[in-house]
Ligand binder design. Structure first.
Ligand SMILES: C[S@@+](CC[C@H](N)C(=O)[O-])C[C@H]1O[C@@H](n2cnc3c(N)ncnc32)[C@H](O)[C@@H]1O
Length: 252
């Protein structure tokens, strides 16, 4: 018996050591500037300037060479790991959305909008000829980018909400998420509240027609300004900015 226990302890120790190696591999992926520039086919000196900027903003960490003439190497930081598509708390989709040409173009109209004291056409509409949601409907690629960005935000924020105030949902059997995107938020919430029998993920038709299927969650398409499906409770999870843009495009 004692022998078996010892063997188990050894096995556990071995596993622990292996886990440390795995973590180390994830944390310390060093690349030097010439390797990086060869991979992305660019001039090392231009890339070095960008890397210096990113190191300054803690997006990468500079690893000083042990031998003076060796090139500088870079390692990931917690911040850059959030930008990996494969990482658990990835915010990559969010950054891809916000840095897309479609979303960057309106920034060029910022001063005109500010100088008009908010009376001119909203910057997005002035550039693209329609509001964000109509544009997304007509451009499935952009809509997908929005849905993925919202889903990665939901994967970060829902666990915090579930951990801090799950009791708010006590006694609720049906719930509708208004503007729920691809349903990520609602599927996480329903999973955490087994007493919720039916969740309704409500969003514009072009969004729900590509939304994920999940247990006890039904995707329903429509316009919140026409009607909202009936339920014991409704949630709306959008930033104040987004809410104001939705309301603006409706009441304009
Ligand atoms: C900022 S996203 C939020 C997505 C989701 N609530 C989340 O937090 O992950 C706003 C959502 O509202 C939806 N939306 C905009 N106007 C709407 C309308 N009139 N009726 C229903 N949904 C609308 C958009 O399609 C989009 O999915």
């Amino acid at each position: 018996m004692e022998h078996t226990q010892r063997q188990l302890t050894l096995l556990e120790k071995e596993e622990e050591e292996q886990a440390k190696v795995e973590v180390w591999k994830c944390v310390r992926i060093f690349e030097n500037c010439s390797e990086l520039s060869a991979t992305i086919k660019c001039d090392p000196s231009s890339l070095y300037r960008i890397m210096r900027f990113l190191v300054h903003h803690h997006i990468f960490k500079e690893i000083h060479p042990k031998i003076k003439l060796d090139p500088k190497s870079y390692a990931q930081t917690p911040l850059s790991r959030c930008l990996l598509k494969s990482s658990k708390n990835s915010m990559a989709a969010f950054i891809m959305l916000e840095s897309s040409p479609v979303m960057l173009a309106p920034w060029h109209g910022l001063s005109a909008r500010v100088q008009a004291n908010g009376t001119s056409t909203p910057a997005f509409e002035a550039v693209h000829g329609e509001d964000v949601w109509s544009f997304a409907e007509a451009n499935p690629g952009h809509s997908e980018l929005i849905n993925e960005a919202m889903a990665c935000d939901a994967r970060l924020s829902l666990p915090a909400l579930i951990e801090s105030c799950l009791e708010v949902f006590n006694g609720i059997e049906t719930i509708v998420d208004v503007g729920g995107g691809d349903g990520t938020s609602l599927s996480l919430l329903v999973k955490a509240c087994p007493w919720i029998a039916r969740g309704i993920n409500f969003d514009l038709p072009h969004v729900v027609c590509v939304a994920k299927e999940s247990e006890r969650v039904e995707n329903v398409g429509g316009d919140m300004f026409d009607s909202i499906p009936k339920a014991d409770a409704a949630i709306i999870k959008v930033s104040v900015y987004t809410l104001s843009s939705i309301l603006y495009s409706h009441y304009e």
